[in-house]
Design a binder for this molecule. Structure first.
Ligand SMILES: Cc1ncc(COP(=O)(O)O)c(C=O)c1O
Length: 359
């Protein structure tokens, strides 16, 4: 159990009035959680302090060798004004798996959950009320040792910041256009694809930039070895429904981020009797299935969009329209069920919801 100290802010920010203009990742709340680590001492000085700049020495390890990690989850306000999280245990498990890969010390799961809940409770008035809005929670860790030379740091800073975010589908669910990246790769076997680290996203920027220039929302990454199998989309895992089989790329090779939404979609689908396979999925299999009219639908899954139908896939310059560019029945069902549980509109038979406090 952490003994969290609290430092009162001198002034508080004005909260956004117009919840339709929240967007994503632009507005941050009044406070942040922080805790330090030092080898031999462990994690220490848990505190909730006014949100503000972090002062670091220019030689800090994080600036040069990118020893850092992050997570992303949301707090939801229910219609009867309760504040809740969705499967935070999954994010915390992933945090520790990322830490292990990045030589960052492990954290006590109960401490991380306590820190998230404590900060969300302090900032509960920042959680928007409108349909589909939420409070995005961004925990992250940076290596703070001051030296040049490629070695794991002996000191770290753990921080949690919060950002009220708007409804992803304010204008209704819109299928997205995705382009298959044929030149660059995001992850390779043995690399850091399964971990949530900034370096993965830095390496993906060039592909994302190319995609946007061509009018596509995101990139579909192929495996880094054969360039043949589907890995995932920029910030989403992917599902393809072929002949009624719901297929999502296997996590076994360690090059795909194990999404919390992905796991929830699989559990939800299996509970309803759908045939779900986690297996290698060649791009060619998708292309042929589409050609033969056996590709029923495709969608991405992630915390931001929950489920995002893929309406168009560009493979080597050829456009493949999926399900007439409309949301498919499986994506619709998953979206309704998952958002229903997250915003407390329907019962939670899986016990995925973690209550925080009254709103
Ligand atoms: C690369 C990548 N894949 C998949 C996901 C989906 O993961 P989750 O469902 O945990 O949000 C994300 C989301 O952050 C991501 O960045």
């Amino acid at each position: 159990m952490l003994n969290i100290r609290f430092e009162q802010a001198k002034t508080l920010k004005e909260k956004p009035q117009d919840e339709t203009k929240l967007g994503f990742g632009h507005i941050f709340t009044d406070y942040m959680f922080q805790m330090n680590y030092l080898e031999g001492k462990g994690w220490y000085d848990p505190r909730i302090v006014p949100y503000g700049p972090i002062s670091l020495d220019p030689c800090c390890v994080v600036f040069h060798y990118a020893q850092e990690m992050f997570e992303g989850l949301k707090a939801y306000r229910t219609a009867d004004n309760r504040i809740q999280l969705f499967r935070p245990d999954k994010n915390i498990e992933r945090l520790n798996r990322t830490n292990e890969r990045m030589c960052i010390p492990q954290m006590h799961p109960a401490d991380v959950l306590q820190a998230i809940k404590a900060l969300v409770e302090v900032e509960k008035d920042w959680i928007p009320h409108s349909e589909g809005t939420s409070l995005y929670i961004r925990p992250f860790i940076i290596a703070t040792d001051c030296h040049l030379g490629v070695h794991p740091s002996k000191s770290y800073l753990f921080t949690i910041i919060l950002s009220p975010s708007g409804s992803y589908y304010a204008a209704g669910i819109n299928p997205v256009k995705i382009i298959v990246e044929s030149e660059y790769v995001r992850a390779v076997r043995g690399g850091t694809g399964f971990a949530k680290v900034g370096g993965n996203y830095a390496a993906s920027l060039i592909g994302q930039q190319k995609a946007e220039e061509l009018g596509y929302a995101q990139v579909l990454w192929l495996d880094g070895i054969e360039h043949k199998y589907i890995d995932e989309v920029g910030a989403m895992n992917v599902f393809f429904v072929i002949d009624g089989e719901v297929i999502t790329p296997t996590l076994e090779k360690g090059n795909i981020l194990p999404g919390v939404t992905r796991a929830s979609c699989i559990d939800m689908l299996r509970s309803k009797g759908y045939r779900v396979s986690e297996r290698p999925l060649a791009l060619e299999e998708v292309r042929v299935a589409a050609e033969e009219g056996r590709l029923n639908e495709a969608f991405g899954s992630g915390t931001a969009a929950v489920v995002s139908p893929i309406g168009e896939l560009n493979i080597d310059g050829k456009t493949l329209v999926i399900n007439h560019n409309e949301i498919g029945p499986i994506a619709r069902m998953l979206y309704d069920e998952l958002t229903g549980i997250q915003w407390g509109r329907i019962p939670d038979p899986f016990h995925w919801v973690e209550p925080v406090c009254k709103g």
